[in-house]
Ligand binder design. Structure first.
Ligand code: F6P
Length: 513
């Protein structure tokens, strides 16, 4: 670690520790100073998200020390390199150009991304106008970054109205695909095969089975019902997709950052092009904020300051996110890949061992359900877990307003209770009924949960993840950690590799040895 980073960490670690209630008590402007807003649109269409980090232990002193750490980590130069499309994914020698999909990046990449999106829009609109006959169902086959984003966005944006009945199938366990088959009419089903590499075994096996299902159910040209979403168009054509139905995307868009590319095709088809475009616009507003705002005022960087503080100084091994919005039920799953596949690393970009913990384990759920399941541990357990709350001021339902009022009051009450603690015993002496408090949380309060807001929320977490990586000195854009297990599965399938005694016995017991 450089001397300047060491000095910044020493200042962070030595910064005075006060309880959250003490921090609020001594500072009437704390909420204002530790809250910020990212907005978009104008006039009646103005909307945004309020980011309140005041219930974390960040202080002016800590923020100053973290700004020193950011400077010592070359944050501004790394951020400029990200947006310039430089090859910041050093282990794979390529750029990370998901922001180009939203209009921020090198001129050539933005142009290329826009041309590819225009091609996708044409196909989406042609399908909606009947170019491929009646389309009532879409089976979207992909895994990891080729599935989690579409699944989240479809679930969040098409609960009221969907042009097609969508099924996102990722697992190689045939149960998942059979379940989709059971509710789709083969004559009116399209299959989207989503794979950046077009080599992923789960996706190609599921795609082959989908072709067999179509063919066995009277579809004469099953491959003619496929749209391929990939950065390997040749691979898709070789597999059997007509090139007019291949929607390519740029190699420099990473799998877990690919929702904004043709991987978002099912979202555009199900929710409509305008909704997909709104998602890009919301993300673009966050890109502009992240690109143009410095120091603690940069809300993505500020969130990363808190993340680093809890992981390294307070020893928190996990971070939890609870969406008080049914439409964001899949958000924790999405964040798990984004954060853990990006920053779950043990060496720096230079290949040196990292000298502290990297990504905490991301977990979470939906409020208020989670309150009746896991909040016991958050309030009284022995782990300190920083919590993020996400909620929308506008309700997603049209029922009695009591529903949304109770939802929001519960969300805010949890943050308040975690911070303040309390004593619920009649005589004040029962330890089982005491709440220590001083447990941190942050709140993201959206004006409304629409497509632009979803795009903004996802982009906020992408940049927060990147900022964390810069502060730790690691490359968030590779994922070699998934490769060894894949290779071993192939070796087992190949039949001639030797394994440990336990694995050999498991294979024999399953009839595979
Ligand atoms: O195995 C991990 C991974 O490479 C992810 O990073 C990626 O999102 C997923 O597999 C799917 O890969 P592909 O889109 O190439 O099928």
């Amino acid at each position: 670690m450089s001397d300047s980073k060491t000095a910044a960490w020493q200042r962070i670690e030595g910064s005075p520790r006060e309880s959250l209630t003490a921090l609020f008590g001594g500072d009437e402007n704390r909420v204002e100073r530790l809250s910020g807003r990212i907005g978009w649109g104008a006039g009646e269409d103005a909307a945004g998200i309020r980011f309140d980090w005041s219930k974390t232990h960040l202080t002016d002193d800590l923020l100053g020390a973290f700004e020193e750490l950011a400077q010592a980590s070359d944050f501004e130069a790394r951020r400029a390199a990200l947006f310039a499309g430089e090859a910041i994914n050093v282990t794979e020698g390529r750029a990370a150009e998901h922001t180009a999909q939203r209009g921020s990046g090198s001129e050539a990449s933005v142009e290329e991304a826009q041309a590819l999106l225009a091609r996708m829009q044409m196909l989406v609109e042609a399908i909606r106008e009947g170019a491929l006959g009646d389309v009532n169902h879409l089976i979207h086959i992909g895994i990891g970054g080729s599935a989690l984003g579409p699944a989240l966005a479809i679930d969040a944006l098409t609960r009221d109205l969907s042009y097609v009945d969508c099924h996102v199938v990722s697992n190689i366990d045939g149960v998942a695909l059979e379940q989709a088959f059971a509710t789709c009419d083969p004559a009116t089903t399209l299959v989207a095969v989503a794979s950046k590499t077009f080599t992923t075994i789960e996706t190609l096996t599921n795609a082959d089975s989908a072709m067999r299902w179509l063919s066995e159910n009277g579809v004469s040209d099953p491959h003619g019902r496929v749209i391929a979403l990939t950065a390997n168009p040749e691979g898709a054509v070789e597999w059997g997709v007509d090139e007019t139905r291949v929607l390519p995307f740029m190699e420099s868009v990473g799998g877990r950052y690919s929702l904004w590319s043709s991987i978002g095709f099912p979202v555009a088809l199900a929710a409509g092009w305008d909704e997909f475009a709104a998602m890009l616009e919301g993300a673009a507003a966050v890109d502009a904020h992240f690109r143009d705002t410095d120091g603690r005022d940069n809300l993505c960087l500020r969130a990363a300051f808190a993340d680093q503080y809890y992981a390294r100084v307070r020893g928190c091994q996990t971070r939890a996110v609870f969406a008080y919005d049914e439409r964001l039920s899949l958000f924790p799953d999405y964040l798990q890949q984004l954060e853990m596949e990006s920053n779950g690393k043990r060496v720096t970009s230079a290949g040196e061992p990292v000298d502290g913990p990297t990504a905490p384990i991301t977990w979470g759920g939906v409020g208020t359900d989670a309150q009746h399941a896991v909040f016991q541990l958050l309030h009284q357990g022995t782990h300190l877990v920083p919590v993020d709350f996400i909620a929308s001021i506008a309700p997603g339902d049209a029922l009695d307003p009591a529903h949304h009022r109770i939802l929001l009051t519960n969300c805010f009450a949890q943050g308040a209770a975690l911070m303040a603690g309390g004593n619920m015993s009649a005589d004040g002496k029962d330890p089982a009924r005491q709440f220590p408090g001083d447990r941190p949380s942050a709140t993201m309060l959206c004006d409304d949960l629409d497509a632009a807001t979803l795009g903004a929320l996802i982009a906020f977490h992408e940049h927060r993840t990147f900022a964390n990586a810069v502060l730790m000195g690691i490359n968030p854009f590779d994922q070699f950690g998934v490769e060894l297990g894949k290779k071993m599965a192939k070796d087992i399938d190949g039949g001639d590799a030797e394994f440990d005694a336990s694995t050999t016995a498991l294979l024999a017991a399953s009839g595979l040895g």
